[in-house]
Design a protein around this ligand. Structure first.
Ligand SMILES: N[C@@H](CCC(=O)N[C@@H](CS)C(=O)NCC(=O)O)C(=O)O
Length: 206
């Protein structure tokens, strides 16, 4: 790991090879064409400094010089403010609020029951049913716009793409009528930044 005194201090991402939350951050870093280094954390044996950097001792944690940021959504927001191009969060307050509400909804209703400890199988099942029907319903939107918040990629797409990539392992299949949603997923998965965001373990999920 580069020391804080290095002339050019690279940002460091504490990640892990199949963490859906770290995957979000890798996608944003790649989309912003950032140079960064990754510490691949074995969750069963975490490096000691992680607990000093993040009170929750979790990945993803991003270290940018003297700052350590944790929580995937907060890291994505920080990166967008620090490196504004290409912008991933709209500028007007109403659109910003809508994007943030979308992020909150993804985390509470989908990511938490599927990927965080403390949720029952029943919560997971409900989340999967909701994901399937919501994605199918979004087909009418994706036949009119390229991404979730219009025609440009936004942080909402970066937040959900890691889950979409994992649909086969989550055993969530979309109905045939959800063609436009499948096209949207292909659009995401074919982005160079998305391809670069994948770890070898994630590549093998599809
Ligand atoms: N809400 C957090 C969730 C992060 C999270 O659950 N990370 C998992 C790996 S995917 C982790 O570090 N687990 C180890 C632990 O909690 O001890 C985020 O969005 O960043």
């Amino acid at each position: 790991m580069a020391t804080p005194s290095s002339k050019k201090t690279l940002m460091t991402l504490y990640s892990s090879s199949d963490c859906v939350f770290a995957h979000r951050v890798r996608f944003v870093l790649e989309e912003k064409a950032m140079e960064y280094q990754t510490i691949d954390v074995d969750l069963a044996s975490k490096p000691e400094d992680l607990a000093e950097l993040n009170p929750y001792n979790q990945v993803p944690t991003l270290v940018d010089r003297d700052l350590a940021v944790h929580e995937s959504v907060l890291i994505m927001e920080y990166l967008d403010e620090r490196f504004p191009h290409p912008p991933l969060i709209p500028v007007d307050p109403i659109s910003r609020a809508k994007v943030r509400l979308g992020l909150l909804r993804f985390d509470r209703d989908w990511f938490a029951p599927l990927f965080q400890a403390g949720y029952s199988a029943e919560h997971g099942k409900t989340a999967k049913e909701q994901i399937r029907s919501t994605l199918a319903g979004l087909s009418s939107i994706f036949s009119q716009q390229r991404f979730l918040f219009g025609d440009e990629l936004s942080v909402l797409d970066c937040a959900i793409a890691p889950l979409l990539w994992r649909l086969p392992v989550l055993e969530i299949s979309l109905p045939a009528a959800a063609r436009a949603t499948r096209d949207y997923m292909d659009r995401l998965f074919h982005m160079e930044s998305f391809k670069r965001s994948l770890t070898p373990a994630e590549k093998s999920l599809r």
